[in-house]
Design a protein around this ligand. Structure first.
Ligand code: CAA
Length: 384
């Protein structure tokens, strides 16, 4: 067992940390207040290879492994979870799904554009009545000659309004649940496809979130991703990657909460000494440290599984569940340690707390992760 990083992983860690601390961190508060995603940032990230970390070089990626991918998410997540979310959707949910399920023509067409940051991608699974119950999608896909007609609505879609392309999940036969699902990869300029921005979010305010509307969106059969009936498996395998990205990002945010808290505790004087000298503060800091280390090791364990080419569903659900909850705990403790200042947007814990709240909701709630783990342990599904 080797807990060290390889020279390549170390190199990308240094490079992405420098980029995130210089280019993202100082601007994160401003982007959060403006509720706007800094689109121009993506091209720079693409140039540096951060948008296609585990994608082979022949498709414009960096050709690195899944631990390197986690490192990129951790460092970006340290600086800003909004940017990390945009990146997670692009790299984990969209690019890796195309890599696994796409035809050669689809990979050649989409992957270089996504890896370079020229294009942004989105992942259209969730609907008003299909959140945790993802197999209940009501968007329909109907054959029309050689084409397909898509009709329906998606909601809570990250990158929706910025996206140049989307992976869309639809039903060929309503009521057939996971058996009848089919996936498509399409360009968002396709007639009949429109989006609407969703505002008023508690956190992740700089990341774009929207609804997608499809009215007789005509796509050729060559836009189909995988076979008819494979859509649900494609969605679940995509989430095995997406949840890994979320977990890695939460490690970074929790580390940030810890670093900010240690710094503040050493500087803040109360009762004539730095508050870092109080046992109850050290108790909170130690708990945060244990959470961060445990979450990172669980992420690396899941990444190791992926690097071996093994099915990663369970290690990923364990890492996602733990890291999301650890991130929330760490952000909350950081507010407590900062006292009244922690409640102000002048200090970072407030944004971390708001941004971490969604981590146990999106890409599968903490409850869903526990049910996936529970089914694996018992052989009995609790969600049927
Ligand atoms: N990889 C490949 N195939 C898989 C799989 C995986 N990880 N998990 C399940 N499957 C396959 C199963 O083998 C099964 O295949 P067969 O029919 O051939 O046996 C089929 O898919 C159905 O599987 P289940 O019985 O597990 O399906 P289910 O309907 O009971 O689903 C669930 C269970 C785990 C609750 C699932 O619905 C789920 O994960 N829900 C949460 C959805 C979610 O995470 N949504 C997040 C949306 S994306 C998002 O947030 C994006 C964003 O923009 C930020």
């Amino acid at each position: 067992m080797d807990f060290g990083l390889s020279p390549e992983q170390r190199m990308i860690q240094e490079s992405v940390r420098k980029f995130a601390r210089e280019r993202i961190l100082p601007n994160a508060r401003e982007w959060d207040l403006a509720q706007e995603f800094p689109r121009a940032l993506l091209s720079d990230m693409g140039r540096l290879g951060y948008l296609g970390v585990p994608i082979p070089e022949e498709y414009g990626g960096a050709g690195l492994d899944y631990i390197a991918e986690a490192i990129v998410f951790e460092e970006i997540g340290y600086a800003d979870s909004s940017v990390r979310t945009t990146l997670s959707v692009q790299m984990s949910l969209v690019e890796l799904t195309l890599l696994k399920w796409g035809t050669e023509a689809q990979k050649q067409h989409f992957l270089p554009r996504l890896c370079s940051g020229e294009w942004i991608g989105s992942f259209g699974l969730t609907e008003p009545n299909a959140g945790s119950d993802a197999a209940n999608v009501q968007t329909t896909a109907r054959r029309d000659g050689d084409d397909w007609l898509l009709n329906g609505q998606k909601v809570w879609i990250s990158n929706a309004n910025l996206a140049d392309m989307a992976i869309i999940f639809a039903q060929t036969e309503l009521g057939s649940k996971s058996k009848g699902m089919v996936a498509f990869v399409l360009e968002t300029m396709t007639p009949g496809y429109s989006t609407r921005k969703m505002t008023g979010k508690l956190g992740l305010r700089a990341s774009d979130t929207g609804e997608i509307f499809m009215e007789n969106v005509r796509v050729p059969d060559s836009a189909r991703l995988g076979k008819v009936g494979e859509g649900f498996k494609i969605a679940m395998s995509a989430l095995d990657n997406g949840r890994y990205g979320v977990a890695s990002g939460c490690v970074g945010a929790a580390q940030h909460a810890l670093d900010a808290s240690v710094k503040y505790a050493r500087e803040r004087i109360a009762f004539g000494k730095p508050i870092a000298g109080f046992q109850m503060i050290q108790d909170m800091l130690a708990q945060m440290k244990v959470d961060v280390e445990a979450a990172r090791l669980l992420v690396y364990q899941a990444g190791w599984t992926k690097n071996q080419g093994l099915v990663s569903t369970i290690p990923v659900s364990i890492a996602k569940y733990f890291a999301a909850e650890a991130g929330k705990r760490a952000a909350d403790a950081a507010i407590q340690i900062h006292g009244g200042y922690g409640f102000s947007d002048e200090f970072v814990p407030e944004r971390l707390w708001r941004d971490m709240r969604v981590a146990s909701l999106y890409e599968g709630t903490s409850q869903i992760q526990k049910l996936i783990i529970g089914r694996d342990l018992t052989g009995i599904a609790a969600f049927e």
